[in-house]
Design a protein around this ligand. Structure first.
Ligand code: ATP
Length: 211
């Protein structure tokens, strides 16, 4: 099984890295692909450029061979839709089980994504969250969870996609927004993200004009 971790990664931080590691170990994933999106669809555009965010992801993943940066979305023009990336990954990884890793905040707005049902067919969705089963309030998302939820690892292994699985992860209250704010306020972001990423932020003077 391969994990797909999408995000803006503006910048990547320990909240992303730690949750990816815990899911990889819990599910026995062969690898986790970090997929920086080029152009956001449902949120403000990233502040650092696509090559800068990719460089930060690559720096952060050094030394963890199962973690790979995936440039699928960066090479595309126009908005980054997860359905397009997954269809592409499906073609390049035939027969592989794909697990889309989503924080509970991202999962909450999942029904606003383009073709959510098709995404849920193409891969398993692994919701990284606080311990415990949780039923979302939004009726369509609630129905999707009721229809596809499994607590069995075997069910994930037996199909290439289609299930929703809740995986508890250590809660690290770190966000890229907070890191950008610290950088622009000349506060140290140290211990929230890898030093190698901080080095790139400093060298390239990223987020200087962030407000
Ligand atoms: P921003 O503050 O700019 O919105 P972010 O820190 O939330 O950024 P994203 O790149 O937008 O990071 O997030 C990508 C994915 O990572 C989403 O699925 C999100 O839920 C998850 N994620 C972000 N921060 C954490 C965290 N601290 N712990 C676990 N998952 C996280």
């Amino acid at each position: 099984m391969i994990g797909i971790y999408g995000g803006t990664f503006d910048p990547i931080h320990y909240g992303h890295l730690r949750s990816a590691l815990e899911v990889m170990e819990a599910l026995g994933l062969e690898e986790v692909r970090f997929l920086p999106l080029r152009q956001a669809v449902h949120r403000q555009q990233p502040h650092a450029s696509a090559p800068q965010r990719l460089a930060m992801v690559q720096a952060a993943l050094t030394g963890q061979p199962e973690f790979r940066a995936d440039e699928t979305e960066l090479g595309r023009t126009g908005p980054s839709y997860m359905i397009d990336s997954l269809q592409h990954l499906r073609e390049t990884l035939p027969g592989q089980t794909l697990c889309l890793l989503l924080g509970s905040d991202a999962f909450n707005s999942f029904m606003d994504w383009r073709q959510p049902e098709e995404i849920a067919d193409l891969c398993h969705i692994v919701v990284m969250q606080r311990p415990g089963y949780w039923l979302p309030e939004e009726p369509r998302l609630r129905a999707l969870v009721q229809e596809r939820n499994t607590q069995s690892l075997g069910a994930l292994l037996n199909a290439t996609g289609g299930q929703i699985y809740f995986q508890p992860v250590t809660q690290l209250d770190i966000s890229a927004t907070d890191i950008r704010r610290r950088v622009v306020n000349a506060q140290s972001p140290r211990y929230l993200l890898p030093d190698s990423v901080i080095r790139i932020i400093r060298e390239q003077n990223l987020y200087a004009g962030y407000h």
